[in-house]
Design a protein around this ligand. Structure first.
Ligand SMILES: C[S@@+](CC[C@H](N)C(=O)[O-])C[C@H]1O[C@@H](n2cnc3c(N)ncnc32)[C@H](O)[C@@H]1O
Length: 288
């Protein structure tokens, strides 16, 4: 993966040491993560640049569209588990994505209508759709924060408008952490978020794998995504990580069965056909 390059959405403070987040520029001529994902899910909120980038990746990885669908299905099952068996009534969903079927508050509030959900994203297109569509059940509440995940201070202080951080919170980071390069301290970001929530809180995370494909295909995919960033065809740089590197996000936590697996393998609903092999590791962990 390319390193040493400043990805879109990140600037450096005048002091030069701390990285400060800023909003993702609105530019439909350059593909971005939320709209590529929307295209892979069969949505309509994408542009020619997003479709071209997605199609280029699909040529290498035909299971790309399956991967997006399987991730969305994992979101549904994980939130259902968290609101159901785990009894979570507060969610901090970072990397909301363009709203589609089965958004976090809908799944959770179908089980417990009083659930409070705070959504966070830094993409202005997501922001516009989310404000219009992510409306709560009247017994619960939703809020939407326009912030970069790297700015954990803003995320946590604004989330506290709706969430009570003295009570357990389910933090969901689904298909977002691969958009945080190593230089931006992805493990530190997750640790800061999990330090802010009490014992009994949960983390659900899914992440693009660097060890899910054969070596040659993986290398071609990473070269393609690097090249697209360099040629300014996509806004975000992706960092693919191994299963072991993804496990590190859950340091000090107890993993819920079946542990760290591909998204389609996490508590599949009985009778669900396999349908493909995804490129995403995932897990749900409990803070002891
Ligand atoms: C692939 S979508 C995933 C949507 C949803 N979580 C899901 O799994 O279905 C990733 C989302 O993360 C957002 N994102 C990426 N980097 C981000 C950052 N640094 N701060 C906030 N949002 C970010 C993108 O804008 C996009 O909407």
């Amino acid at each position: 993966m390319t390193s040493g390059e400043t990805p879109a959405g990140v600037g450096t403070t005048s002091g030069g040491t701390a990285r400060k987040a800023r909003p993702l520029p609105f530019d439909t001529s350059v593909a971005n993560q939320a709209r590529i994902y929307d295209y892979l899910l069969g949505g309509k909120d994408n542009y020619a640049a997003d479709r071209a980038a997605a199609e280029a990746a699909l040529k290498l990885v035909p299971d790309g569209a399956f991967t997006a669908r399987a991730n969305r299905a994992f979101l549904g099952r994980a939130v259902r588990y968290l609101a159901g068996e785990a009894g979570m009534r507060q969610f901090l969903d970072i990397g909301t994505g363009i709203p589609t079927a089965g958004n976090t508050h809908q799944v959770a509030q179908a089980i417990a209508p009083e659930t409070r959900v705070v959504y966070v994203d830094y993409d202005p297109v997501v922001l516009a759709h989310a404000r219009a569509l992510l409306t709560s059940h009247e017994a619960g509440a939703t809020d939407y924060i326009d912030a970069d995940l790297r700015d954990t201070e803003t995320v946590l202080s604004q989330a506290a408008r709706l969430l009570d951080f003295t009570r357990p919170v389910a933090v969901t980071l689904l298909a977002i952490m691969h958009a945080i390069p190593d230089d931006d301290d992805p493990y530190g970001i997750v640790a800061t978020l999990m330090d802010a929530v009490p014992s009994g809180s949960y983390l659900a995370l899914s992440h693009l794998a660097s060890d899910a494909l054969d070596e040659k295909t993986q290398q071609s995919l990473e070269e393609l995504t690097d090249r697209m960033v360099q040629d300014r065809m996509v806004q975000q740089q992706f960092t693919y990580r191994t299963r072991e590197q993804v496990a590190r996000f859950f340091a000090g936590m107890d993993l819920v069965e079946p542990g760290l697996v591909r998204v389609e393998e996490w508590r599949p609903d009985p009778g669900t056909p396999a349908g493909g092999t995804s490129l995403l590791w995932c897990a749900v962990g409990r803070k002891p």
